[in-house]
Every structure is written in C-alpha cells, then in structure tokens.
Design a protein around this ligand. Structure first.
Ligand SMILES: [Zn+2]
Length: 246
C-alpha cells in the first residue's frame, strides 16, 4: 500500500518536473495549462495522468497524433520508483521521511536537469541551499557541523572550478557540493561526493570504451545527485557498513 501511494506521489512530482524541464531552460512561465508542443492544443486533465496517459494515448497527442517524447513517462516512472523505493527500503519515521523526501525531490530535479541540459538551475539550488541552512540551524540533531560541511565542500569544489577554469565542472557543481554538505553533514556529504565522482569516472570509462571522444561533456552534477539519492534510500545500510569497517 505504502509503495503504491508513494509511487503515485513520486510520479505526480515527475509530471511537474517534466513541465519544469521543458519551461525553465526556455525562460517560459511555469503558470498556465500544459499544451501539445506540436499543435498547441491544451492537454485535458485525463491525458495528464503520470506514466499511464502516455500508454493510453499510445505515445501520441490526442489532437494531432504527434509523437510524445519518451522522456515524459520515463521521468515520471523514475520519480515514482525512487520515492517508492525510499519508503519501502528506508521505512522512515514521519519527521525523517518528510525531510528526506524533500531532499530526494530536489536531487531528482537536479539529476534530470543536468542529464538533459547540463544545467543546475539556480531556481532550484538557491532555495534549496537557503532551506537547508535554516534546517541545519533549527532542525533536530543538526548544527554548525552541517554548515561547516557545506562550506568545506563548496570551497573544495570552488578551488577545483578555479583551477580547471570551469572546463571540468561548472559553478553549479560548486553550489551542489555545498548543498550536499548542508544536507548530509560530515562525513556523509564528503563520502557522497567521492562516490559520485566514482560513478562519473565509471561513466567516462564506459563512454570512452564505446568510442566517444574525450571532449564529450559529462553531467557531473547528475552523478553527485545520483550518489546522494542512493545514500538516502540505503541510509541504514550505509551507516551500518561504515560502523563495521571504520
Ligand atoms: Zn498535438
């Protein structure tokens, strides 16, 4: 039951995220009804059901039969799946669950923005950073350590950013690293950055093996966000492994 509800909630967020992914990079208003990209017809509410509508419509606009990009059901399914996995695996208390879900949704949004556009929007990052600064100061079992962790990771990435003159990572990655420090504190924030870098390295090796040119850009922010998402879902397991070996 929990899985069904949390999947539905996640998929509805995915539908909202699809709208942001389409409108934010173009500077369009996020108000107003969804329209078909091809014929501009307003899409009826019953054709906007996450994941399902795509299949009921056989992947085409009801009016003009133009193909709907498979990205739409994919993002909706991924968000539903991640949120459902979190509630099924982590089994959190309501208070922890709420903050974790907010964190998960922010990270999912950043993951897809960087993946599709090589972009970590300030419209998401800045409110998230401010929110987690307030939570670090006011939240239970938080405190200055979370602020310092965020500051340290952001500073570390700022140095890398300056040394590479922005060729290896963008300034969005600096802000994201700071956000991860604020969200997870020490040592978890730093550990997530290391795991994210490994995932990125692995992706680079796979791409090179497949014959991609060395110059091809990689969405580094997506790898950091992915590592953090995995950490939130398997929080208990990570802490247990860490306590056993360190
Ligand atoms: Zn259409």
């Amino acid at each position: 039951m929990v899985a069904i509800f949390s999947f539905t909630g996640g998929a509805i967020f995915g539908s909202f995220l699809n709208m942001l992914l389409w409108r934010l990079p173009k500077g369009l208003s996020i108000n107003g009804r969804s329209r078909c990209r091809a014929c501009d017809a307003v899409i009826a509410w019953y054709d906007l059901i996450p994941v399902l509508s795509f299949f009921l419509l056989q992947g085409r606009c009801r009016q003009c039969k133009h193909a709907i990009h498979h990205r739409y059901p994919l993002v909706e399914f991924a968000c539903g799946f991640i949120v459902a996995s979190f509630f099924s695996i982590a089994n959190p208390t309501p208070a922890v669950g709420l903050v974790s879900v907010i964190g998960l949704l922010i990270l999912l949004a950043l993951f897809f923005f960087d993946l599709f556009y090589f972009l970590l929007p300030d419209a998401i990052l800045i409110p998230a950073i401010i929110g987690f600064i307030i939570y670090a100061l006011a939240g239970p079992e938080r405190g200055a350590a979370f602020l310092l962790s965020g500051l340290f990771l952001a500073a570390f990435f700022a140095i890398l950013y300056l040394m590479s003159r922005g060729s290896q990572l963008g300034f969005g990655d600096v802000k994201l690293a700071g956000l991860l420090g604020l969200m997870f504190g020490y040592p978890w924030g730093a550990l997530i950055v290391i795991v994210g870098t490994w995932i990125g390295g692995l992706a680079a090796v796979i791409m090179l093996a497949k014959g991609a040119s060395r110059k091809k850009e990689l969405p580094f922010g997506s790898f950091l966000a992915l590592a953090a998402i995995i950490f939130i879902i398997f929080n208990d397991q990570f802490i247990r492994i860490f306590a056993t070996y360190f």
